[in-house]
Design a protein around this ligand. Structure first.
Ligand SMILES: [Ca+2]
Length: 101
């Protein structure tokens, strides 16, 4: 009987904590470049990383239909990124491509 009481009490205590840990996401929004929504096709998986080491997180995203990787330098702030143009990422003078499709 004591075990059942302890288990019931544990469930009562644990339930509000478990509900509090459910992640809540903000509404999705289109990321824009110069006021125009960025479209790289399907399966985009953007990543934010300070690629050019200026202290602001930039956006790196692949293009599913070509295998190219776009680099969007952040000209805003990390809390409100602003993008104005992109470059295709290069290594050793060559444009980087990944398997795609
Ligand atoms: Ca940066």
């Amino acid at each position: 009987m004591l075990k059942l009481t302890v288990l019931a009490l544990a469930c009562l205590v644990a339930t509000p904590l478990a509900l509090a840990e459910i992640p809540r996401f903000a509404e999705p929004e289109l990321i824009q470049d110069g006021g125009v929504p960025i479209d790289v096709g399907n399966y985009a998986a953007p990543m934010m990383f300070d690629w050019n080491e200026d202290g602001r997180k930039d956006m790196i995203v692949g293009q599913f239909s070509s295998g190219y990787i776009r680099f969007y330098p952040n000209v805003g702030e990390d809390s409100a990124p602003v993008f104005s143009g992109f470059e295709y990422m290069r290594a050793s003078g060559s444009q980087i491509t990944l398997p795609y499709g």
